[in-house]
Design a protein around this ligand. Sequence first.
Ligand SMILES: Nc1ncnc2c1ncn2[C@@H]1O[C@H](COP(=O)(O)OP(=O)(O)O)[C@@H](O)[C@H]1O
Ligand SMILES: [Mg+2]
Length: 253
Amino acid sequence: MEKAIEVKGLRKSFKDIEVLKGVDFEVKRGEIFALLGSNGAGKTTAVNILSTLLKSDGGTASICGFDVSRQSGKVRENISLTGQFAAVDEILTGRENILLIAKLRSVPKPDQVADDLLKRFGLTDAANKRAGAYSGGMKRRLDIAMSLVGTPSVIFLDEPTTGLDPQGRLEVWKTVKELAGSGVTILLTTQYLDEAEQLADKIAILNEGKIIANGTLEELKKLFPPAKKEYIEKQPTLEEIFLAIIGKGGQSK
Ligand SMILES: Nc1ncnc2c1ncn2[C@@H]1O[C@H](COP(=O)(O)OP(=O)(O)O)[C@@H](O)[C@H]1O
Ligand SMILES: [Mg+2]
């Protein structure tokens, strides 16, 4: 089967607020797909419906050919979800967090699985430290590592870098890029254009309940107006002032 995710006419309201007003998109196997939208656009709502946590009001959605409402058990066997807020247990060590999930999912050889994932995510040295002592980037990496226990074929990452410092962001980007190389399908949500640009093969923009643009970065760039050049007065830097004073500046005689 070619399509990992297929969404048609998806609708969802909370009371009288219509959040999704007929959302359509498809994600091919092995693709990284970014759902880009501002805060409150409905990204988490869409992810929750696709990962069977929430029922839609209308439309259809399927994962690996399984309908999210009628075959939710099959869908869950094929996916993993890293939610917007880290699911890491801060009292346990990194290793214990992964072992916990491995045991819950009854995967064979949990110790081996934990060692491999810790290594893959650069957490071997920190494996026996409490996750509460990890940096934001390390926690997120552990969170993503935990979501890979049991080798899901579709991974949902809901705002994987929101709240991280620039270093943590770069670490998570690297992790996602590596994941993509392993052939899994990834749907990530983000508020940041540069994140979508860095990570995604395809980008869909969710705005006011609808997908208003969908395509590769190149395709989307053609839709935007060309960059405007503006000339602004540049204030000298302290270094330039210093050089001018001591007579080594560019325009000094
Ligand atoms: N359980 C809920 N009950 C009521 N309103 C909700 C609920 N979940 C989300 N919303 C509302 O739906 C809109 C979209 O939310 P969400 O999907 O979380 O957006 P995003 O993830 O893009 O920031 C927001 O206006 C939010 O307040
Ligand atoms: Mg959200």
